[in-house]
Design a protein around this ligand. Structure first.
Ligand code: N01
Length: 535
């Protein structure tokens, strides 16, 4: 039996994925309601408003591709837009496509229950609303549940305490303050140079050093704007064919093609161009050939040694025990230069961990203390699963996603979970890692096509086949086994669920590349949505 619902679809989250899903479901003639916990649209770009927050993808491809007029009208001022620009872009999209009339802001979904008898999902919010829909579309983001390590004594700290992924709207005043930052991932690396300019003293607590490549941000001039806008069809084709969804072509050379001098020249050029181009436009075997990776890793270490004046600090910043690419490398905006400032000190906590937060700062395992007026946690996310399991989503047999995933999260294609019929997760575990907007846009269109297929073929229900889910999980593991991911001191990587104590260690992302992922989606659709059952 199918009963009347309030909406065909309920979408959770108003970031890139959720907004695009609202646009697409409307285009297909479905009714949809989008529920968002934040006070405005933006998702990641609403919450992560810490100083220095900006994209690591180049602006002209970190956006929606579906609307030619939007592409032509919007002007990206810089190579890497900052948080306010990203927030205004997503607000503009919400207004331009009249999305706000179907969005409940400041409302958190607390529970969602599947009822097979009526073929509905019942969704309850913290505003006391209960809504029924046929298709549940969680679009809560793979990196949105902030992780704060449970350091003993955290509540006793008498100063100000901030989590980068929940940064306040009001400006934080660092002037004359001693600030301590925990975490040197992509977030810490963006934040640290900004705080250093304003604080009286900044102490950075580093557990694992990263290979930080210079972003080389700058304005996009009128000629470049014009060229990009004229070339968009080719740019999107390039993006959809590049392993991480970037507008880059293969270098067309491997390490064994060149001698030492030429290798140095190629790497130097990549370093000067900046961003992820250092990884993808230098040598096509940089992430797979040991010798190439060793040379590139040493090249970055030498750059660090050349930039950072204090020898001991430079050596602490230079990663020695994990290969370049085994963790997601951050992009820096004068990151290493920041350590030449008199008011910045680096503390190595790799073998001397934080034992407790005290009333006045931090105490390390060796008993040493570091006082601070402000503590900032740039300690990452409960990736891929955290934001989903924070909602009590229960499938056909009454079990929650958290229970079903207790031994490791599993999906088919990063979108569907057996036992949770008509639920389409956008950006869940098993989704590819890469430039998120174009990837998610493809997945949204695939999901809308799947729902069309379901309805036009007279079915009520679509769900993942358990064998297909097993096969997808095996594929994720095989890909990780064939890469450098998580090697050496990169053991804490969130890609594998290893950064959150107690979390099952399984690959949380598909790392077979964006083109490979798109081919998997296409193949399933072309074969009548193979890997799914319909009833
Ligand atoms: O998080 P992270 P992030 N004691 O997990 C440390 C996206 N993103 O927010 O490396 C001490 O990388 C931890 O140490 P270690 C992007 O995909 C994108 O920085 O685990 N330290 C690490 O240094 C990115 O990759 C953008 O040893 C502890 C840091 O905290 C992803 O989000 C910008 C600790 C966490 O780093 C995550 O980046 C920002 C503990 N108990 C983020 N626990 C852009 O595109 C953790 N740490 C611009």
């Amino acid at each position: 039996m199918t009963v009347k619902t309030d909406h065909d679809c309920i979408i959770i989250g108003a970031g890139f994925a959720g907004l695009r899903a609202l646009i697409e479901t409307r285009r297909r003639g479905l009714t949809a309601r989008l529920i968002e916990a934040g006070s405005d649209v933006g998702g990641t770009w609403h919450w992560n408003r810490y100083p220095g927050a900006r994209t690591d993808s180049e602006s002209w491809v970190y956006c929606f591709s579906f609307d030619e007029d939007l592409l032509q009208d919007w002007v990206w001022p810089q190579r890497y837009p900052d948080q306010p620009v990203m927030q205004s872009y997503l607000s503009h999209v919400a207004d331009r496509f009249d999305l706000r009339r179907d969005i409940d802001l400041g409302t958190r979904v607390e529970r969602a229950r599947r009822d097979d008898a009526t073929n509905t999902w019942t969704v309850e919010t913290d505003a006391g609303n209960t809504l029924r829909c046929t298709y549940l579309i969680p679009a809560v983001g793979p990196l949105s549940a902030a992780y704060e390590p449970p350091f003993p004594g955290i509540e006793s700290f008498r100063g100000e305490r901030y989590l980068t992924a929940r940064w306040p709207v009001e400006e934080v005043d660092f002037s004359g303050k001693r600030v301590a930052v925990i975490g040197t991932g992509a977030t810490g690396v963006q934040l640290i140079p900004q705080v250093a300019q304003r604080a009286s003293h900044l102490t950075v607590l580093q557990r694992t050093p990263n290979y930080v490549m210079p972003a080389r941000n700058g304005p996009i001039d009128a000629d470049q704007q014009k060229a990009i806008k004229a070339d968009y069809p080719a740019i999107w084709e390039q993006v959809r064919g590049q392993v991480f969804g970037f507008p880059m072509n293969p270098a067309g050379r491997v390490f064994s093609d060149v001698d030492d001098d030429e290798a140095r020249r190629v790497l130097e050029h990549g370093w000067e161009i900046g961003g992820f181009r250092f990884l993808f436009e230098t040598f096509d075997d940089l992430l797979v050939d040991q010798r190439c990776n060793d040379v590139a890793s040493e090249f970055v270490r030498d750059k660090i040694r050349a930039i950072v004046h204090d020898r001991e600090t430079a050596e602490l910043l230079a990663p020695k025990n994990h290969p370049l690419g085994s963790k997601r490398p951050p992009l820096g905006h004068h990151y290493y230069e920041t350590y030449n400032r008199d008011n910045v000190s680096l503390v190595d906590i790799s073998a001397n961990s934080i034992e407790a937060i005290t009333e006045t700062g931090l105490r390390l395992a060796d008993g040493s203390t570091h006082d601070a007026d402000i503590l900032i946690f740039a300690t990452g996310f409960d990736a891929a699963t955290g934001a989903l399991t924070a909602i009590d989503i229960r499938g056909s047999d009454g079990r929650s996603l958290g229970e079903v995933w207790a031994d490791g999260a599993r999906t088919h294609l990063g979108i569907a979970v057996t036992g949770f019929p008509n639920m389409f997760v956008l950006g869940g575990p098993g989704f590819p890692f890469g430039n998120f907007p174009p990837t998610t846009e493809f997945a949204v269109e695939w999901t809308a096509d799947a729902i069309d297929h379901l309805r036009t073929n007279g079915h009520d229900v679509m769900q993942a086949d358990p064998d297909a889910m097993d096969a997808w999980s095996r594929k994720l593991q095989e890909i990780v086994d064939a890469t450098v991911l998580g090697q050496g001191e990169a053991v804490h990587t969130w890609f594998l669920g290893a950064n959150v104590p107690g979390k099952a260690h399984v690959p949380l992302f598909y790392l077979g590349g964006i083109p490979g992922y798109f081919a998997e989606l296409r193949e399933s659709a072309d074969n009548g949505y193979s890997g799914f059952t319909f009833s």
